[in-house]
Design a protein around this ligand. Structure first.
Ligand SMILES: Cc1ncc(COP(=O)(O)O)c(C=O)c1O
Length: 301
């Protein structure tokens, strides 16, 4: 209990951890591409985003990360090691271990955003980088938002040696997470069949991913490439060179189809020919029609 701070969702946990380890003006490493809320948090707190390339299957490039640490002397790295948003990458265990050795060796805090880890398609939950933390320099953040429902707004941070600082920031910013919501979740965890729910959810997401991937292959123009993550609910789609994802996003929205355009996942607005698709909704004829329409919009672009 003493090692964990309960928060209003993972986003608050991440922001509190960031506040505990940085001051305005500091550099913070993020992945490229990364979850746009990380970029927004950094901007709001006057922090400098250092973007480091990340591999669609294996996560951040450790050689590039080391070079960035040496060059920019960041106070923290904010990374997603398991089912990264938007790529869906899963860093292998040995690489997670090497990552912690690298950041710890340089005395850099590693803020680990682990919200999708329960949505794995393999045999077991991938270990977080936190599992290899011996010095208390990994600040692990999670929530029930992706595994149960976002509306409870219950998350947590396990901030290692920064626990007191994070708890103090929590106390002075939002005091505490909602007690009734925590009690409801505690009761559910005790008696509600969370494991059964997760098993069903994972099977559903896996089937939905297969259906989406097949539809992208069928309806999108030649030259399109898509990831096949081992968990989570995002497909990252790279469109043929020259396609303008922002234009496609607007055209799709006009037809009631929502996709996330690549440039929102980078401070330098890169990934102009990429889209993130969300396969979290149940597959239906309507979804298939939407992907067919999207394929036509992309072909026209
Ligand atoms: C990678 C990532 N981290 C954090 C969050 C926020 O989680 P929560 O709803 O628990 O605040 C999200 C939600 O979209 C996310 O995708």
């Amino acid at each position: 209990m003493d090692d964990i701070v309960i928060t209003n969702g993972a986003l608050e946990a991440l922001n509190l951890c960031l506040a505990a380890v940085t001051r305005a003006g500091d550099a913070v490493v993020v992945e490229s591409p990364t979850f746009y809320a990380a970029l927004q948090s950094l901007e709001r707190m006057g922090l400098q985003a250092i973007e480091v390339p990340t591999h669609p299957r294996e996560g951040i490039d450790l050689a590039a990360l080391e070079a960035a640490i040496v060059r920019h002397r960041p106070k923290a790295c904010w990374l997603m090691t398991t089912f990264q948003n938007p790529l869906g990458s899963l860093m292998p265990e040995a690489k997670k271990k090497a990552l912690v050795a690298l950041t710890t060796g340089h005395g850099v805090a590693l803020i680990e955003d682990d919200v999708y880890a329960e949505l794995y398609f393999g045999d077991q939950r991938p270990l977080p980088a936190k599992a290899f933390d011996t010095e208390g320099l990994v600040l692990h953040c999670g929530s029930f938002s992706k595994s149960l429902a976002p509306g409870y707004r219950i998350g947590w941070a396990a901030p290692g040696r920064f626990t007191r600082a994070v708890a103090r920031h929590k106390l002075t910013s939002t005091l505490s997470a909602s007690a009734p919501a925590q009690l409801a979740l505690a009761l559910y965890l005790e008696r509600g069949g969370f494991d059964k729910h997760l098993r069903k959810l994972r099977a559903a997401l896996m089937a939905q991913q297969a259906a989406f991937a097949q539809a992208v292959g069928h309806y999108f123009p030649a030259g399109t490439r898509a990831t096949r993550p081992e968990g989570g609910y995002f497909l990252w789609v790279e469109l043929p060179e020259g396609c303008d994802a922002l234009h496609i996003h607007r055209q799709a929205l006009a037809q009631g189809i929502s996709v996330a355009p690549g440039p929102i996942f980078s401070a330098s607005h890169a990934f102009t020919n990429c889209l993130r698709l969300n396969y979290g909704h149940a597959w239906s004829a309507r979804t298939e029609q939407a992907l067919a329409t999207l394929g036509q919009i992309v072909a026209a672009a």
